[in-house]
Design a protein around this ligand. Structure first.
Ligand code: C5P
Length: 228
């Protein structure tokens, strides 16, 4: 089978990573969660208190600190599953909470941050055989990806999905908090100047309000088979 790169973009909590992870496992490809990379940079900013008096991100301070940040994917306890390490420490357990979610979009809107992370992401795809999910994979990271997917769903459906996930991890969050965070991240991610969230012209679009994840997976898998 020819190896290809698969770009999966879309709004937050549409189930991108579920589909991407399953595809990678089925195909024996590397799965890369680029959101985890931006979240790890956001965690660095929080831990180092790179915030101004109003508690907003201090962008210039973060840009100055970028040389101190090293990101790598390291093997997790589960075979074949990798997780993000920030300066040698696996931080998977610390990046999926509302505190990080509330600062990650401003972090990801900084051109210097994107330049650094996009370069690393492109390196991972040089030899093909990668399923990568994010916001700008089909438009910026792999504009030549053989298969591009763009996933959408209503904010309500995405909120319910994310709420279940967070509450399942024992986090105390309300529907309203999660909904507001999702809508605010959509707004910042779609309107930023560098690498905004948008569908690549040649991406196949799937609306999860009308499809189950299983139906969607099967449709995407057929598209993979047609290209390999
Ligand atoms: O995918 P996830 O929801 O974990 O991503 C967290 C945030 O990281 C997004 O809201 C977005 O601001 C940023 N991101 C990005 N570009 C990517 C992946 C994620 O800007 N390729």
């Amino acid at each position: 089978m020819t190896k290809i790169n698969i770009a999966i973009d879309g709004y937050s909590s549409t189930g991108k990573s579920t589909v991407a992870r399953r595809l990678a496992k089925e195909l024996g490809y590397l799965y890369v969660d680029t959101g985890a990379m931006y979240r790890a940079v956001a965690l660095f900013a929080l831990r180092n208190n790179l915030l101004d008096e109003e508690g907003e991100l201090d962008g210039p301070a973060l840009v100055d600190a970028l040389p101190q940040i090293s990101l790598r994917f390291v093997p997790s306890d589960k075979p074949g599953v990798f997780e993000i390490a920030l300066n040698g420490e696996s931080v998977e357990q610390h990046i999926r909470n509302l505190e990080v979610s509330s600062i990650v979009s401003p972090v990801a809107a900084i051109g210097e941050v994107r330049e650094l992370l996009v370069r690393q992401q492109q390196q991972m795809g040089v030899e093909k055989g990668v399923v990568m999910d994010g916001r700008d994979i089909g438009t910026v990271v792999f504009p030549d990806a053989e298969l591009k997917i763009f996933m959408t769903a209503s904010a309500e459906k995405r909120t319910r999905r994310r709420l279940e996930e967070l509450q399942g991890k024992g986090q105390e969050v309300t529907y309203e908090e999660v909904y507001n965070n999702i809508v605010e991240r959509d707004r910042i991610d779609s309107s930023r100047a560098v690498g905004p969230l948008r569908k690549a012209e040649d991406a196949l679009a799937y609306d999860n309000d009308n499809l189950t994840l299983e139906e969607q997976y099967q449709l995407i898998y057929q598209e993979v088979l047609r290209r390999t």
